[in-house]
Design a protein around this ligand. Sequence first.
Ligand code: DOR
Length: 425
Amino acid sequence: MTAYLIKSVSVVGAAPTDLLIRDGVVAETGAGLAAPDATVLDGTGLVALPGLVDLHTHLREPGREDAETVESGSRAAALGGYTAVCAMANTSPVADTAGVVEQVWRLGREAGLVDVQPIGAVTVGLAGGQLAELGAMADSAARVRIFSDDGHCVADPKLMRRALEYVKAFDGVIAQHAEEPRLTEGAQMHEGEVSTRLGLTGWPAVAEEAIIARDVLLAEHVGSRLHVCHVSTAGSVEVLRHAKARGVKVTAEVTPHHLLLTDAKAETYDPVYKVNPPLRTATDVAALRAALAEGVIDIIATDHAPHAVEDKECEWAYARPGMLGLETALSIALDVLGPQWDLIAERMSRAPARIAGLDGHGADPAPGVPANLTLVDPAARRTIEPAELASRSRNTPYARMTLPGRIVATFLRGEPTVLDGKATK
Ligand code: DOR
């Protein structure tokens, strides 16, 4: 195993130091380190972060390997600075059995670019009618701890209660896609001034807020852990704030796109901006940013949602919702938060690793810690060219935008998955 000596790098924004990586761990830190057998990397001007952890990734395998595979999504993740991703269950077949979650987990190990932690479905086939084999998935080789019907809401309150009760036994988490389906029938975009003007059926904020309110009460009643996926409205932030003040075990995520883009993008009728939950208003964006800074929202998660060209480059009404995220998330975070490295490390690595229970991830580079880390050049700017992305899909909303920051290198247990901005395999 090659040793790496990174000279003069800022660890999470601190004064520059040297980092020696050997045998899969950070062996030493300090000024003037020497290691004759190590490959030396110049870290001048770079920031070392704990490897990013994405709690919400769609890898599309099995079933839609034309849009993404575990391998291509893992490569996109590594290039984005990630060392672990949690793969959502809305594959085909759905990841609702031990067999499917083990398949995804094994494909992740074979790709070897990031740790792929499968998420299991809450209900059979994501159909919302019957609990899936949560225990079997938890006991499988994939050791599933997060369950989600993401893409669909667990709308039945009785099933949601049962799911929360079930996972409590092994400290599992139910990650809810908060969308009251009766309130979003036929919805195409955020319900508001823009949808009225465009004549598109609206997805009202209250459809999200009502489910979050219900579920924090259920989680409190059961004493179980709830995670809220892709929070998108100012009202949801208020519900979460209230729940956290009461001591409910709830955590929440926001996506990069909900931190940056608004429903005004729908005016272009370009389906690349169609996403679920939809892009909201500038007021919502401001509330989400404030909540992220404050900690009412715990993490940034990408909701990386690759879609094949025929599912995306069509009329708005027929296009699938979702956007790519893994290869641009850190740049959007830098754009939105500025160089607040400790906050970025917390929201994109430490906290998601804690929520997912991913040992070995989410720890700042320090002696003895597994060498899961990424090196960022904050001064670099890059223009996003969809054709250059590692994802099999092209549905990035940031095409031809120039964004701050570049991932220079990523290490997974001491082995580089990315060097010089390029994947190593
Ligand atoms: O926009 C979305 N796309 N939201 C979801 O919840 C699901 C996802 C997908 O699977 O494409």
